[in-house]
Ligand binder design. Structure first.
Ligand code: SF4
Ligand code: SF4
Ligand code: SF4
Length: 339
């Protein structure tokens, strides 16, 4: 007689996504080993405190990347998990920053104080006329993950995201056109202000106070507007790096596309997008708006699986490859000293 319950043999790799597995296994060491070998003093935190342990740090972070890659490869997990690992990175970032200032400067990249405000990535080198390491690091990251910098990797954006999620659904108050004008006005303002401060030799203390005031006003926008409106008001209107990222993101080959044959126009995905990049008009047009940051949240919200990450207009979904690269970079960023 056939048994009622047949026990299937246990298979550890049954659910494994092999694409995500290989990318997340190979990419973190590929990034971190050269960083360890060619940048002196080492930017790997473990090596700074316990010489000779750089390989252990890379191995542990690679295991973490492989695990996270598998979790993010399942579309049902994207929205929930992205928020967590992004916030986790930001907490580690600011934890290291505070420890670097108060306990040991080895936690900091150069041992010098830099305010952790993204706008300074643009403004500080213009004001100083030197120090282009951070803009170059940002540009290299953008070349790899495009606008995903603003939805997976930035140390400040995670807080705006957390604040916006206080409200269940976003409530739009300004038009796309007004957002666009505000964004690029802020970018121009920061560039012109930094150039004028350089020209008039504004003392470093005054520059520090201005930068601090700019950052604190940003925190106010997050706590007040993003929290009340349910979308990332600070990131979509105020931060000049966000403007630059979406502008340069146009050169990146990935786009969020909506399959008009299967989409039921339920607009649920629209209420999931905290970047105001997926209005009902965008959904009808078959593409996310220009301010999409490739966060992937809309993928988990679509009951009809109509949303895909399209590479150069291809009909295949490039999500797995993209998120595996993002996760590998996220793990790599966790390994390093700050600022
Ligand atoms: S808009 Fe600015 S603060 Fe927001 S995620 Fe992008 S770089 Fe970070
Ligand atoms: S359209 Fe989708 S991928 Fe783009 S920002 Fe909105 S939720 Fe994220
Ligand atoms: S959730 Fe899916 S089916 Fe509904 S509007 Fe968005 S893409 Fe279309």
């Amino acid at each position: 007689m056939k048994p009622l319950i047949t026990k299937k043999p246990w298979h550890p790799f049954k659910e494994l996504n092999y694409t995500a597995f290989f990318i997340t296994l190979l990419l973190p060491p590929f990034i971190l080993v050269p960083v360890h070998l060619f940048v002196k003093p080492s930017m790997l935190l473990a090596e700074r405190f316990f010489p000779g342990t750089w390989w252990l740090e890379i191995a542990l972070l690679t295991i973490y990347a492989v695990w996270l890659g598998q979790v993010m490869a399942k579309t049902g997990n994207i929205g929930k998990v992205r928020v967590k690992y992004w916030l986790f990175f930001s907490i580690i970032f600011f934890g290291q920053f505070i420890l670097g200032l108060t306990v040991n400067s080895k936690f900091l990249m150069s041992g010098n104080l830099h305010l952790p405000i993204p706008a300074l990535i643009i403004g500080a080198p213009i004001y100083r006329g030197e120090g282009f390491f951070m803009p170059l690091l940002l540009l290299s990251t953008l070349a790899i993950v495009g606008p995903g910098w603003c939805s997976h990797l930035c140390y400040i954006g995670a807080w705006d995201n957390a604040s916006a999620r206080h409200k269940k659904r976003p409530k739009k108050t300004i038009t796309r056109k007004q957002t666009l004008i505000l964004r690029y006005a802020m970018l121009a303002l920061v560039v012109v202000a930094a150039a004028l401060m350089n020209y008039f030799n504004v003392p470093i203390t005054a520059a520090f106070v201005i930068a601090l005031a700019f950052g604190l006003f940003g925190v106010f926008l997050m706590l007040y507007y993003s929290r009340r409106l349910g979308y990332m008001f600070h990131c979509t209107t105020y931060c000049p790096v966000g403007s630059l990222v979406t502008l340069l993101g146009k050169l990146y080959p990935l786009r969020v596309k909506i399959d008009q044959n299967t989409c039921t126009a339920c607009n649920i995905c629209s209420t999931e997008c905290r970047y105001d990049a997926l209005t009902p008009i965008d959904i009808k047009s078959g593409s996310a708006g220009w301010n999409c940051t490739l966060c992937g949240d809309c993928l988990s919200s679509c009951h009809a699986s109509s949303i895909r990450f399209s590479f150069f207009g291809s009909r295949k979904n490039a999500w797995i490859i993209y998120i595996s690269i993002v996760v590998a970079l996220h793990a790599g960023f966790l390994a390093l000293a700050r600022l």
